[in-house]
Design a protein around this ligand. Structure first.
Ligand SMILES: [Zn+2]
Length: 243
């Protein structure tokens, strides 16, 4: 069982989208889990076997308590009953109070949009007693959304990842088949993840989002409902170290 479950379409989605927040949550003492809906077999580089080794390395860097990789087809993740039953079972098995997944209207990769929609439906469906699966019914308290790397809408929530930005970068670098590690690879790069642009945008986004709430590095999130705030002082006070 975990407190937090982040669900992506491919291994590396969670690390790129909210690797910093996972570090924050772990530091705060929560049990953190990841579910990848696919093994990433359609990626231009790497293979399921390589990507499994890479995600295990990323797990160690982020101290992930539990990770489940499903076998939905990479490049063709669809909101089918079969897919929903698998995701419902993951939610019921791990019983997270908070689930994170892709916001569906800010994505370019169809798998990311479909993953977000599947997770949104399954967070609700997992609580219905008459839907029988391998595990008992359970409904999380809240679903929060993360975007792809590109954002074009003001986030509802920004998490301060200033202390953990480097740890997030290390976790992404664990995916050696997806990102560049040598000059030769840089010269031959065919994908965005292997371009220098990727690291520029990753850093720029963290700084841009962070600047919105007067911190150095932030990660953006979205939610369907208003946030209940319990500390009207700490939540809103400016970080005085940020100039
Ligand atoms: Zn992805």
């Amino acid at each position: 069982m975990v407190d937090i479950l982040a669900i992506g379409a491919h291994p590396d989605d969670v690390e790129i989208s909210m690797g910093g927040a996972m570090c924050v949550l772990k530091k705060q003492g929560y049990k953190i889990g990841i579910c990848d809906l696919s093994r990433g077999e359609t990626g231009t580089y790497g293979s399921p076997e390589i990507r499994k080794k890479e995600l295990e390395a990323a797990n160690r860097i982020l101290s992930i308590d539990k990770r489940i990789t499903l076998d939905l087809p990479d490049g063709n993740i669809q909101n089918t009953e079969e897919a929903r039953v698998k995701v419902i079972d993951v939610i019921r098995e791990l019983r997270p109070e908070i689930v994170y997944s892709f916001v569906t209207d800010l994505t370019r990769h169809p798998d990311h949009a479909h993953a977000g929609q599947i997770v949104k439906e399954c967070v609700y469906l997992a609580g219905l007693e008459k839907i029988k699966t391998h595990f008992d019914p359970f409904r999380p308290s809240q679903l929060i959304y993360f975007p792809e790397l590109f954002i074009n809408r003001k986030p509802d929530i920004v998490i301060d990842i200033t202390e953990y930005f480097e740890q997030k970068v290390e976790a992404i670098k664990a995916y050696g088949s997806q990102v560049i590690s040598t000059d030769k690879e840089r010269a031959e790069a065919k994908t965005f993840l292997r371009s220098d642009n990727f690291w520029d945008i990753l850093t720029t986004r963290a700084k841009f989002v962070g600047s919105m709430v007067s911190i150095k590095y932030g990660e953006p999130f979205y939610c369907d409902l208003p946030i209940r705030v319990t500390d009207m002082y700490r939540t809103f006070i400016k970080d005085k170290s940020y100039k």
